[in-house]
Design a protein around this ligand. Sequence first.
Ligand code: FES
Length: 191
Amino acid sequence: MPDNYTGYKMDTNNTNINFSEEALQLMHKIMRRYPEGRQKSAILPLLHIAQAESEGWLSAPVMDKVAEILKVQPIEVYEVASFYTMFNLKPVGKCVIEVCRTGPCWLLGAEDIVKFIERKLNIKEGETTADGMFTLKTVECLASCGSAPMMQVGEKYHEHLTCEKVDELLDDYRVNTNEHISHWAKDKIKA
Ligand code: FES
């Protein structure tokens, strides 16, 4: 790092990023769990809340806003957000499908599940359907290996998958999904 490095310059144009009052209150409540000066420890739940408030993905201005709330450098937020697959750094569909691709799930047919979803939705892994309804991702072990193969949609696990089961699930999501499904459900923010 050069000697004259003075840190990443915060994007001051992020004033148009406004989280809901409920979200802000919850963020500050979570931050108060930590000693003064250690608020950075709240970064994961704050990013989940920010993502739930931002149509399921974290733009640079949204991450800058989280950095501003936590009083840390934006790069510290980017580092965390870009490490975990549960955070999306580009726009996603209302329904983000995360299929586990780790050993046990793979051995029990995760590859077939991924191929089936790709064919049914006419997208490849990492892509979003043209109607903005579905995004397909593959992720590492979600700690449900005994129920392999499995996938996660928002907070919900779908286990012991077969192509027939996935077919029904996707049809169901298509009919019943009105807004972005998040790891941190909106009603949990309001609670
Ligand atoms: S290997 Fe898929 S949940 Fe653990």
